[in-house]
Design a protein around this ligand. Structure first.
Ligand SMILES: Cc1cc2nc3c(=O)[nH]c(=O)nc-3n(C[C@H](O)[C@H](O)[C@H](O)COP(=O)(O)O)c2cc1C
Length: 230
């Protein structure tokens, strides 16, 4: 219930459910009744800056048997442009006794620690950076050191995975969706992204990967926000 993209919200899915808390709760209860594995519920502040409805919903999710809440403290109309209101993670954390994970704009391990320390949350959930650099979990927690070809290898593996699981048109579409976060890693991200967007097939994607993802490309310290905020 964190997605506020119009294609999702117009179908009354994603963050739209936060406009109808009873429907949100019914969906969670239905899932809870069907599964025995841990159930995490991800949600946002809602559609107005007032945190009270989200706090109320958090308590209801807990009563419904949810194991963990993942909270993104932004209102739904704000896709990801203004900064998250991280004090609101504390408001959710204090309202329930199940674990609460914070989410929003985590780029570095220091951002993680800041969120944990300043909000009292139990864990942190990483979105776009996990697409930009999926190895960052290993890097931050167990000292993994990526080699100089990791971006190329990642892009090739992603292309193969998409080819395996999707038809050629969807595979290409999904690859292009991912490139925006991937390209945000680099100082010349816009020009890199335009190379991928020009590809008309997955073979052309692979050609672009081999041609343009070279060792030693200049990385940005923080992602290029013009790309990253899409
Ligand atoms: C491509 C994309 C797809 C997303 N899909 C969902 C989704 O299905 N459900 C959801 O709750 N949030 C979704 N989100 C929002 C993220 O989970 C996350 O809350 C948001 O990007 C902020 O965290 P971040 O700064 O770590 O990216 C999506 C975000 C992106 C960029």
């Amino acid at each position: 219930m964190g997605c506020s993209v119009s294609g999702i919200v117009n179908k009354k899915a994603g963050a739209a459910l936060l406009k109808e808390p009873q429907a949100a709760l019914a969906a969670v209860e239905a899932v809870r009744n069907e599964i025995s594995i841990p159930l995490f519920v991800k949600f946002r502040t809602g559609w107005s800056p007032d945190i009270a409805p989200a706090v109320e919903l958090a308590k209801q999710f807990e009563s419904a048997g949810v194991d963990c809440l993942v909270f993104h403290p932004r209102v739904a109309p704000d896709k990801r442009t203004r900064p998250p209101v991280i004090e609101n993670i504390t408001a959710i954390k204090e309202a329930v006794s199940i674990p609460v994970f914070g989410n929003g704009d985590i780029i570095t391990p220091e951002d993680c620690l800041n969120m944990l320390e300043s909000t009292g949350c139990d864990g942190v959930s990483v979105g776009r950076m996990a697409m930009a650099r999926p190895w960052l979990f290993a890097e931050w927690t167990s000292g993994f050191e990526p080699d100089e070809n990791i971006f190329r290898d990642y892009a090739l593996r992603l292309a193969d995975a998409l080819d395996t699981h999707f038809d050629p048109i969807r595979a290409l579409k999904r690859f292009k969706l991912f490139t925006v976060y991937f390209a945000a890693n680099f100082t010349f991200g816009h020009s890199l992204q335009s190379k991928f967007l020009a590809a008309k097939s997955m073979d052309q994607v692979r050609e672009a990967i081999h041609k343009h993802l070279r060792p030693g490309m200049q990385l940005t310290k923080r992602p290029n926000m013009n790309l990253y905020s899409t």
